[in-house]
Design a protein around this ligand. Structure first.
Ligand code: NAD
Ligand code: GLY
Length: 364
């Protein structure tokens, strides 16, 4: 088993990664389950792994009660948050208890936020079951729900007590979801680790075909990167954590245009967004066109979008979505641009009219 610690002052926590870990989850959760009981929150798809988790908790003397929610982004809502808090209160969850989130980023974000506000804060354990959640959303304590005004606009920073990652659960994940999560893996290479991007070029296709050892390596490498970044900038105030938003400004505009209806998954939008961020950087003369081409080639080689992802909207319309980005401050939008693969930086002087012109060129 690999253990990676998120080194937060006074509140460090472990991320434990091993194939088969779900079947041993009970012994890891038990020390956090003071009352020898936990609530598990999952969705109807991730619930395929619920029997393994509950059996393992039982074997460690921890009683559990499961709450199964509908799958999908719509579950990150005020209504589901309220219903979940009521059910956790009815189960008698106390401040010293932990709630277990078994699922992808939707369940992790919702449960994390519920635990941030329940009795002014109770503990939770993340057991992520998608690749995206294993390499990104389960680590770092960002929790949120969506509202009519946009995604992740209501939330809190609330760190988990423990993260348990079992790559074997990815075997039941639809291939498209696996590929979408892989975009977030590659993102770590693009940010500041050119050697890891090279590793992805060499191993990505086999990893996506289901090779467990490669998946475990990629997850551990990604989590190490995320843990380092979160420890350096827990609340996204000094520019370090913002690097994780590579591809997200372009990506969110594409997702918004696709109306978050499932036709463009978040990870697919991030892949497209990274390709666009590199091509825009090349257009500004910041990075070599060959680097931008390498990024696009890798996405194409694993079936991820390497450009506008079929979105036909005008540049100005896409930029209008960007203007509603929650990172917008005093009329400027910070952009993640690149000087090359592994050298991403935050630029606060990007001209949105120029971005619109670039996107129009991309559409032609
Ligand atoms: P998701 O949670 O919707 O999971 C994707 C699909 O896979 C769902 O249908 C789910 O039911 C299903 N599923 C999950 N595990 C499965 C398994 N093992 N086998 C079969 N099916 C399974 O989506 P996601 O991609 O995991 O997460 C996306 C969410 O994460 C978004 O809401 C996004 O905003 C959020 N996010 C949060 C952070 C953060 O730092 N908190 C970072 C990135 C993304
Ligand atoms: N996924 C971005 C972050 O955790 O900051």
């Amino acid at each position: 088993m690999r253990t990676i610690s998120v080194d937060l002052a006074g509140r460090p926590y472990d991320i434990r990664i091993a194939a088969g870990l779900l079947a041993r989850a009970g012994e890891h959760v038990a020390p956090f389950a003071k009352g020898r009981r936990v609530a598990i929150v999952t969705d109807a798809n991730a619930a395929i792994h619920l029997p393994t988790l509950t059996a393992s908790l039982d074997a460690s003397g921890v009683a559990s009660e499961a709450i199964v929610l509908p799958p999908g982004e719509a579950t990150k809502s005020w209504a589901q948050l309220a219903a979940l808090c009521d059910r956790l209160l009815a189960l008698g969850v106390e401040r010293g208890d932990v709630v277990v989130a078994l699922g992808g980023g939707v369940i992790g974000d919702l449960v994390g936020f519920a635990c941030a506000i329940l009795k002014r804060g109770c503990g939770f354990v993340q057991v992520p079951t998608t690749l995206l959640a294993q390499v990104d959303s389960s680590v770092g304590g960002k929790t949120a729900i969506n509202t009519a005004a946009g995604k992740n606009l209501i939330g809190a920073f609330h760190q988990p007590a423990l993260v348990l990652i079992d790559p074997e659960v990815l075997a039941t994940l639809p291939p498209r979801e696996l590929a979408a999560g892989y975009a977030e893996v590659v993102k770590y290479g693009l940010i500041d680790d050119a050697a890891f991007f090279g590793w992805c070029e060499a191993n990505g296709a086999v990893l996506l075909a289901g090779e467990l050892a490669l998946q475990e390596h990629a997850i551990a490498h990604s989590v190490e990167a995320k843990a380092r970044i979160v420890a350096a900038d827990e609340f996204e105030t000094n520019g370090t954590r913002a690097l994780l938003n590579l591809g997200h400004t372009f990506g969110h505009a594409l997702e918004a245009e696709a109306r978050f209806d499932g036709s463009l998954l978040h990870g697919e939008a991030v892949a497209a967004g990274c390709a666009l961020a590199f091509r825009y950087s090349a257009r500004l003369g910041l990075c070599a066109a060959s680097d931008a081409e390498r990024v696009a080639d890798h996405w194409r080689s694993v079936g991820l979008p390497a450009g506008l992802a079929g979105i036909a909207a005008s540049g100005e319309r896409l930029v209008e979505h960007m203007r509603h980005d929650k990172k917008m401050a005093a009329g400027t939008l910070p952009f993640l641009l690149a000087r090359g693969i592994g050298t991403t930086f935050l630029d606060r002087s990007v001209d949105l009219a120029d971005v619109a012109a670039f996107l129009d060129e991309e559409r032609r």
